[in-house]
Each structure stands twice: as C-alpha cells, then as structure tokens.
Ligand binder design. Structure first.
Ligand code: NAD
Ligand code: ZN
Length: 373
C-alpha cells in the first residue's frame, strides 16, 4: 500500500513562493438557472459535429431533468452511477468510449451530479487532450496540455469540488487527485433547485463535509486571511442551514454557497485530522468521503472541541444517527494499515497540529479513536 494518499491541494507552505490559484472564470447562480445551459453552451460548440458530452448521475435517469438537457446535434448523454467513487480505470474507459463514438473531437464535457460526477467530468476533460492513462497524472501539476472546455453542475452541496483544482481518483496504486490548473471548471452553474431530491442522510453527510472543511481550515496552522475570509462565511452559512430555521428554498441556496466558500477556503490552506483519518477508512473499507468524515469527526473532541460539540447539535437537530461498529471487527493488521494511511497525510497533520505534529499524535492515539467508530 502506498502511503502517499490524497490531499485536497498542495499546502500554503508548499507553495513556492505563492501559488497562483486558478478560479472558476464563469459562474451562474439562481433557482432555475439550469435552463440557461443551452445558451451557455452554444458559443462553446466548435461545430455541429463536435459533440457536447453530458455525464449525468444516473439518479436522474427517467426524471424531468433529462428533458431539460440541451442535447442537440451529435451530443452524447452518458448516465453514470455514483455508487462508487471515481477511478482512473473508469476515466480511461470513458475517454476511450467518447473517442470511439465520435469522428469529431468533442466540444466539451458537462458533469451533472455530486462530487463523484464533478470529478469525473474534470478528469475526462483533461484526458481527452492528454496521452496515456489518467493514473499517470495523479499528483501535482503533471498535466501538460489544457483540458477540454468543461462545465460543472452540482446537484448536492458540500464537497467544494465545483471550485477546486483537483479531481480525486482511486488509481491502481493510490487514491490521489489530479491537481492541476487545468482541472478547474471553465463554467459552473449553481442551481439550488437541483438539490431538491437529495436523501436526508446524504444531504447531512455531504453538507458536513463542508462544515468540516471550515473547522479544519479555520483551526489550522496554515490559516491566512484569504482562507479565513471564505471559511468564516461558509461556517456561518452552515450554521444557518443546520441549526437555523430556514425555508427549504433558503436552506438549499445557502448550502450551495457554503460549499463554494468552503472549497475556496481550503484551496489556500488545508484540511486536517478528520480528513486524514477519513482517507484511511475510505481507502481500506471503501467508506465514502462525507460519511467517513462524519464517522471520524464525532470522536475528535480532543482536536476540535467546539466544532465537535456543534456537529453533535446539528446531528441531534436533524435526527441523524451515524452507523456504528464499523471498525469493531477489524484485525490489528487492518487497523495498522488504516492508521498508516492516515498518518501518511503529512500536510494535513502539519496544518492541524503544527510542524511538530508527530510529537502530538501517535498510532495508538489513532487506533483508540478508530476503535470507537
Ligand atoms: P456523490 O457525488 O458521491 O453522491 C452521493 C449520493 O447522492 C449518490 O448516491 C448520488 O446519486 C446522490 N445524489 C446526488 N445528487 C442527488 C440529487 N439531486 N437527488 C438525489 N440523489 C442525489 O456525493 P458527494 O458527497 O457530493 O461527492 C463525494 C465525492 O466527491 C467523493 O468521490 C470525493 O472523493 C469527492 N470530493 C472531491 C473534492 C474535490 O475537490 N474534487 C472534494 C471533496 C470530495
Ligand atoms: Zn472533504
């Protein structure tokens, strides 16, 4: 097992001298704004034969959203299950399929769904213009050629994948993002109405991904005014959504913007203990990102006392009961492996606990926490 696991972006301290951070250049926000997609795509169509490729979460198959997609000319609609988080093999297969299905090069890729579909759209748009397998580009700034035009349309809020410069993929050797300036979307459409059908548990888990981004960024040693400005706003929006009494419409609006700001906050800082420990769970047990973060975070009082107390308030308000007994039957070897992966995420620990983090946390400490999950 390779210890170098996914981290969201390079850290502020790794930036030499300062990272020139790409931002999404165009964004539309508003309930019903999804219906502008056709107009937005039109000037980006290279020709009638150069298709737009729509990668859509298969949860929307057979719903009215499909009828609203501006699929014209040679465009292709591909439904994709988000049951498993994206992999390099899946990206390579999709790219081969798109190339085989069309004589003309694609005009662009549109990803519609949660973090899974957004990451797939980013990776496919890169690999349509770069040689070899997507696994060769997992890491930092390895992409040589620009990605194809790509649009991200989130249908669940929290990951910040709509603003980030990474696409997280499980590869043959490791789970690691393609972190590059070419990953960032050319266009994002934020239509809060699209998040209406999200099941409550998933709403909470993915929403808490955002809340945890804020806590980890705001309490991290890498914090700077750039990250704090976004983190403060995102945290307040999370509190409004998960502890306030908003109408469903307001709640969807605010969570979508919380996700955006949370993503911007960690872009220029780093996540922390919950993410490091959650990656261990994800890689060894296949536990998904949002749920994994929640499972860990509930037991992190010693690192984030106020954040954990507030998280529990949020859980209670929404009657969320997290699954339990997940690590109960793990062998010592399996637990060692999970701990090994978690402790391999050096920048996350450094952000959370400072440069001397190794003197503040031991493998035994982590095992003790994992055993509670
Ligand atoms: P997801 O995309 O994995 O989807 C979770 C579930 O919600 C799926 O079952 C999906 O079908 C369903 N769903 C989505 N929208 C829905 C809707 N409107 N109605 C009904 N069901 C809906 O969820 P996620 O938590 O957004 O994404 C997790 C993924 O994001 C992981 O792969 C993680 O690695 C990645 N991630 C990426 C970044 C980044 O910066 N690139 C950051 C954090 C997480
Ligand atoms: Zn996260």
């Amino acid at each position: 097992m390779n210890k170098k696991e996914e981290i969201e972006t390079p850290t502020a301290k790794q930036q030499v001298p300062f990272r020139n951070f790409p931002m999404v250049p165009k964004v539309v926000f508003g309930r019903g704004s999804f219906d502008q997609l056709g107009d937005i795509l039109l000037p980006n169509r290279k020709s009638a034969d150069a298709p737009m490729i729509f990668l859509v979460d298969d949860v929307f198959e057979g719903t009215d959203l499909v009828g609203r997609l501006p699929v014209i000319f040679q465009d292709q609609l591909i439904f994709i299950s988000a049951d498993e988080e994206p992999s390099t093999t899946q990206v390579d297969t999709l790219v081969a399929r798109i190339k085989a299905d069309h004589e003309e090069e694609a005009s662009g890729i549109i990803g519609i769904g949660g973090g899974t579909l957004l990451d797939l759209a980013k990776a496919v748009s890169i690999m349509l213009n770069n040689k070899g397998s997507s696994s060769e580009y997992q890491g930092w700034d390895l992409v040589q050629r620009p990605s194809y035009y790509h649009v991200g349309i989130p249908t669940i809020s929290g990951t910040g994948a709509e603003v980030s410069r990474t696409t997280v993929l499980s590869g043959p050797k490791r789970k690691l993002g393609i972190n590059s300036d070419y990953s960032t979307f050319d266009q994002v459409i934020l239509d809060p109405d699209l998040t209406q059908g999200v099941p409550k548990d998933q709403w909470f888990y993915t929403g808490m991904d955002c809340y945890i981004h804020c806590i980890e960024s705001l309490q991290g040693t890498y914090l700077n005014a750039f990250s704090q400005s976004y983190g403060d706003i995102s945290l307040q929006l999370c509190r409004d959504v998960f502890l306030g009494d908003l109408s469903p419409e307001e709640s969807r609006d605010k969570l979508m913007m919380a996700s955006w700001h949370g993503g911007m906050s960690i872009a220029y800082s780093q996540v922390g203990v919950a993410h490091a420990m959650s990656y261990g769970l994800s890689f060894v047990l296949g536990i998904r990102h949002g749920l994994g973060n929640c499972l860990v975070f509930q037991h992190l009082e010693e690192f984030y006392p106020k954040g954990v107390a507030e998280f529990k308030q949020m859980m209670a308000k929404h009657d969320v009961i997290l699954p339990s007994g997940i690590c109960k039957h793990l062998s010592e070897e399996e637990l060692d492996q999970i701990v090994d992966i978690a402790l391999g995420m050096v920048p996350l620990w450094e952000n959370a606990l400072g440069p001397d983090w190794q003197s503040k946390v031991s493998p035994e400490d982590l095992k003790r926490i994992y055993r509670k999950i």
